[in-house]
Unconditional design. Sequence first.
Length: 439
Amino acid sequence: MIPRYARPEAAAIWSADSRFKIMFEILAHAADAQAELGVIPKEAARVIWEKGRDTLWDAARIDEIEREVKHDVIAFLTHISEVVGPEARFLHQGTTSSDINDTALAVQLCRATDLLMDDVDLLLAALKRRAFEHRLTPTVGRSHAIHAEPTTFGLKLAGHYAEFQRAKERLAMARFEIATCAISGAVGTFANVAPEVEAYVAEKMGLVVEPISTQVIPRDRHAAYFATLGVVASSIERLAIEIRHLQRTEVLEAEEAFDPGQKGSSAMPHKRNPILTENLTGLARLVRSAVMPAMENVALWHERDISHSSVERGIAPDATVHLDFALRRLAGVMERLVIYPENMAKNLDRLGGLVHSQRVLLGLTQKGLSREASYAAVQRNAMKVWRGEGNFLDFLIADPEITLSPAELGELFDLGYHFKNVDRIFARVFGEQEEEARA
């Protein structure tokens, strides 16, 4: 995680101060529960909260202790003792380091996911507005990067909107799966800490209890979580690449906003490069790079080892912070995207009507010609257009094997025919009521 691609709100979740505050709360809530159970004095639990609640934990001091003891949680507990005093001896009664670390990580991932879901909402709002703005803006649909048939730019954006709706649902499920608390002791048997303590801490920290843990929360949960982030990143890249393609000089159907004073190239003053969407493609790669290590973390030795720890200290902040930045950047790109309907119309007509070839094919079959003969006749005339010899409709009218009249052929070249179901598709994506309200 580097500041260039980190929003302060996202980076703060992973700060040392934030983590230490969460760890203290876990320990203090556990002390409250144990005080109620009579395991520790209630007065000790009160003093722990009183002296530790608003403390700004000294990260440098904790690091200093850790260099000696070689253990992060012991270093933190030692520092708590320095701040709280003798009552701190009642902390960490029957719990283990992973109880604290894993539960703290769950809290941080939940908070990060809440930001990500807010980001997706911003992106959805931008996509929805632009989709309705260009609901009936004709453009060419492409397959294999080659002109296929007419579509609308609004439909293209509606497809991305639907994809990010799924992304939001996946993030909600990922958050649900990762939001578990384990306060179960050295090997997860609750031998030295009661299950009631775990339940109490879980409620206070906004989590649910892990049904069964060893010494750690099972890492399949984390693998699923980071896999979800990877899928969302791929959706970002898919839209970013589309914008990059549309901004190509030869296409120029849409482009990123270019601000006054902005420079596109250090050498060529005329350049307007798609730098934001290129950056998004790179960030998507970074987020996806967290997926494989998270998968490999699932298989730990016996009850646990710490091979997952170093991985998660890297991928958890990096993946969530980068994805947060990417989603916000993409929302801004879509909100300000410059769209050129006139270039879309020009490109749509670029092949002299070839985008209507399927309608001609179907029209011939309905006139009684076999599909094979119809295909051959249409393709023969289409290839002349590809070679630059003339206009598709003119060739079809002049071809004696084409059994459709000029008037019938002209009807088959009606652009509006392709858009007759746009409203129905929009109703599927955005909802019937939304569609009726905008009608």
